[in-house]
Every structure is written in structure tokens, then in C-alpha cells.
Ligand binder design. Structure first.
Ligand code: 5GP
Length: 182
């Protein structure tokens, strides 16, 4: 049996689907940023796999930084976003920033991170997200680049966890609600 199979109700996007979307997004990002030497920020922990696949498709100069942002406990958002880690101390003044997200849900993480970066003097801040749960948005934020739109379902795999598990599933699947603690 494949790892994670017992908790995945349905596969939404295969590894191949994700690779194709990364190739498409990478091309658009390359066109928009090739002369701008941006900073690409990988939001930990969920974005690591998408980030790795995406950057292979951007054939231009950029630097890489990591920020840890957390709000979810189990399958529910706490509504409070924490930015932490040793990595928030890099120079962003007069730089173009592209935040790389696994999923935009309520929008609170992106809102907080964008504000933080603009206050530190960034020239521009945009977002690329693998998944967009637009129906769950509670603040007005719009990612510039979107891999896939998804409905209001809790998904795991390709970096996305449930209580720190299942990040290593090589596709994105809907988690069977019977395994989600209420
Ligand atoms: P937001 O601040 O937009 O509400 O939440 C973004 C973060 O919530 C994501 O980076 C991710 O960690 C978590 N999240 C939101 N929806 C899901 C989901 O369906 N599955 C998982 N595993 N995490 C999610």
C-alpha cells in the first residue's frame, strides 16, 4: 500500500499535474522578474516541495530566503499568524519580493507577511501559491500567480501536513474527514 493511502479520500492533483503547473508558473515568473533579481521567500514549512519544483523552472537570477509562518492547529486555523525562525532578518529594502506559498486560505498569512515586508522597505511584494482556497478568504488579498483553485476541503501531501504528518505524500489529496480530530 502506498504511504498515506488510508487517509486520502481522493487524489486531487498528481505529481505530474504539479510539475506541469510549476513549468507554466515558472515561465510567467521568469518573464515578469528576469530583469529584477527578486527575493523568493519560501514560507515554511508547507511550501518546501512546491518551492523546490517551482524554482527549477525560473531560469533567471534571484535569491532565496525562508520564513516560518504558522496558524493551523490540526485541520483548523487559529486565526492568528505567527512569523518566526532565525530567517526574518534579511535585507529587503528596495528589493522585489515574491512570496511562495503552498496554499492561501483565509489570507491572513499573506496579509501579515506582505505588511511585514513592505514595512521593511520592499519595493514590491507579490505571491505565487500552489493552491488557492478562494471561498475561505476573510481578508482582501489576491495572489498574482495561482497553480490550482480548490474548494473548501482539507488537503494533504506535497508538503502539506496534518499534525506534521503526510508532508511526504508525492501528490495532493483530500483528507478523509473521518481521520480529522474534531
Ligand atoms: P491562511 O493564513 O491563508 O489562512 O493559511 C495559510 C496556511 O494554512 C497554509 O500555509 C497552510 O499551512 C494552512 N492551510 C490552509 N488550508 C490548508 C489545507 O487544506 N491543508 C493543510 N494541510 N494546510 C492548510
Amino acid at each position: 500500500m502506498m504511504y498515506g493511502e488510508e487517509v486520502v479520500e481522493r487524489i486531487l492533483f498528481t505529481e505530474n499535474d504539479i510539475k506541469e503547473v510549476c513549468a507554466k508558473l515558472g515561465k510567467q515568473i521568469y518573464e515578469d522578474y528576469k530583469e529584477r533579481n527578486p527575493i523568493l521567500i519560501c514560507t515554511l514549512k508547507g511550501s518546501f516541495m512546491f518551492f523546490a519544483e517551482l524554482v527549477k523552472n525560473i531560469g533567471a537570477d534571484f535569491s532565496v530566503e525562508y520564513i516560518k509562518a504558522s496558524s493551523y492547529i490540526g485541520a483548523h486555523t487559529s486565526g492568528e499568524v505567527k512569523l518566526s525562525g532565525f530567517f526574518t532578518n534579511f535585507e529587503v529594502k528596495n528589493r522585489d519580493i515574491l512570496i511562495v506559498e503552498d496554499i492561501v486560505d483565509t489570507g491572513l498569512t499573506i496579509q501579515k507577511l506582505t505588511k511585514f515586508l513592505l514595512e521593511k522597505g520592499a519595493t514590491s511584494v507579490e505571491v505565487v501559491t500552489m493552491l488557492n482556497k478562494k471561498v475561505r478568504r476573510i481578508v482582501d488579498v489576491t495572489p498574482k500567480y495561482v497553480g490550482f483553485e480548490i474548494p473548501d476541503l482539507f488537503v494533504i501531501g506535497y508538503g502539506l501536513d496534518y499534525n506534521e504528518k503526510y508532508r511526504n505524500i508525492p501528490f495532493i489529496g483530500i483528507m478523509n474527514p473521518k481521520f480529522i480530530e474534531k
